[in-house]
Design a protein around this ligand. Structure first.
Ligand SMILES: [Mg+2]
Length: 411
């Protein structure tokens, strides 16, 4: 059976959230710009009005001012973006039970078998665009495909560029639409692979498609094979919700976009510990313990997005940081591809009331949680930096930055 896979992408997501929050910014050139000290004032997102001046993601603040003297800079509010992203997931959960976030502003929906409810794939796309606008005032674009790769290509190469905001690729029209495109437009081709291909005369996606898969595999290994499959619109992956909305509602979570790419294990471990601490603190403040821990990681390479979201059941429910942390590390190292990391998140689900844990489970747990709660109450009075783990002082620690940002006034 042919599948119906949609990829919904939010236009200029961070900037759009800021505009939705403050309508006086609408139709103005706005750039969301990180802390000058942390990211050298680099643009994280810009409205289409700012883009019209040539402003792009990754540009330095001073360059923007030069291109557009009237540019309005807004500082990022990560917590708002996470909240809006979850609201959008909620909208999508009304359409399908197979929704998988791909990044903070992109989510896949498997709509196979939903035609009786929502009509053609094009009808589904229009309805989704409308519903997202009604719910969060953000423009959404939809790529339609028969697998996730086709949906992603349809979105990035066509839906983002046309007026309707949606486009459909199928096994039948994939070659016609994508083969004339430059090779860099193929999903998975970064600047290095583009150079490799150009060196041997492969300028268009169609050129790559006509080569033999075995030759590409011999030359570039598994990556060569995947790119050949991509050129043919072949992708066997399925959309499986990584964490269901129910788990999120029943759980507590926290995620962070890092101020720069993190490469070393030591730095990453510090941040994972800080996030674990925050998640456990939230669970404790609700007097809950969790049974399932989920670790989310996103890679830093925009050309070839990587990452994972995986969960594991712990041997017993807990909200003690140092009980949860070993599971977090184990999950992280099991799935991390050793490439630079840009975002990390952890959630605790399968929550039960602390009081409900059976006595047999206790082994000093009550004491440990009581101690943790005492620490929490000190922090509540004197700020989260009043008591902290020594690791947070080491390189990579974000607690002190977060105290001012996500956990503090700006959020
Ligand atoms: Mg986007």
């Amino acid at each position: 059976m042919r599948k119906i896979i949609l990829l919904a992408d939010m236009e200029s997501f961070y900037a759009s959230v800021e505009v939705a929050k403050n309508p006086s910014l609408r139709s103005k050139p706005v750039a969301v710009c990180g802390d000058p000290k942390l990211r050298h004032g680099i643009v994280l997102a810009a409205t289409k009005e700012a883009k019209a001046y040539g402003i792009k993601t990754g540009m330095a603040a001073w360059e923007c001012t030069k291109l557009c003297p009237g540019i309005i800079f807004v500082r990022p509010h990560m917590r708002d973006y996470i909240d809006v992203s979850l609201k959008i997931t909620e909208v999508f959960n009304g359409f399908s039970d197979r929704v998988a976030p791909y990044s903070i502003d992109e989510q896949f929906l498997d709509m196979t078998g939903c035609e009786k409810l929502f009509g053609t794939p094009e009808d589904m796309a229009k309805l989704i665009i409308k519903k997202v606008w009604e719910k969060v005032n953000i423009r959404c674009r939809v790529g339609i495909g028969e697998n996730p790769l086709q949906a992603k290509m349809a979105c990035d190469r066509f839906a983002k560029k046309n007026k309707d905001g949606f486009f459909k690729l199928t096994h039948d029209n994939y070659a016609k639409h994508t083969w004339p495109l430059p090779i860099r437009d193929l999903f998975g081709v970064g600047s290095r692979m583009e150079r490799n291909f150009l060196n041997i005369g492969i300028r268009k996606i169609g050129h790559l498609a006509t080569l033999k898969k075995e030759d590409l595999k011999r030359r570039w290994g598994i990556n060569g094979e995947i790119l050949w499959l991509n050129a043919h619109g072949i992708d066997y992956s399925v959309i499986e919700p990584s964490i269901s909305m129910k788990d999120i509602r029943k759980g507590v979570g926290h995620s962070i976009t890092l101020p720069r790419d993190y490469r070393s294990k030591k730095e990453i471990e510090v941040v994972l510990l800080e996030i674990t601490e925050e998640v456990c603190r939230r669970a404790r403040s609700l007097s809950k313990v969790g049974r399932v821990v989920n670790v989310y990681c996103r890679g830093a390479d925009f050309d070839f997005p990587t990452g994972f979201s995986r969960q594991v059941k712990m041997s017993e429910p807990t909200a003690v940081t140092m009980d949860v942390y070993p599971y977090v590390l184990k999950l992280f190292y099991a799935y991390w591809d050793r490439k630079p990391v840009r975002a990390l998140g952890i959630s605790l689900s399968g929550l039960t009331d602390l009081q409900e844990i059976q006595l047999s489970l206790f082994d000093k747990k009550e004491e440990k949680i009581a101690l943790s709660k005492a620490v929490d109450s000190v922090r509540k009075r004197y700020g989260i930096t009043s008591i902290f783990r020594l690791a947070s002082l080491s390189q990579g620690g974000l607690l002190f930055d977060r105290a001012n940002k996500i956990g503090g006034h700006e959020a």
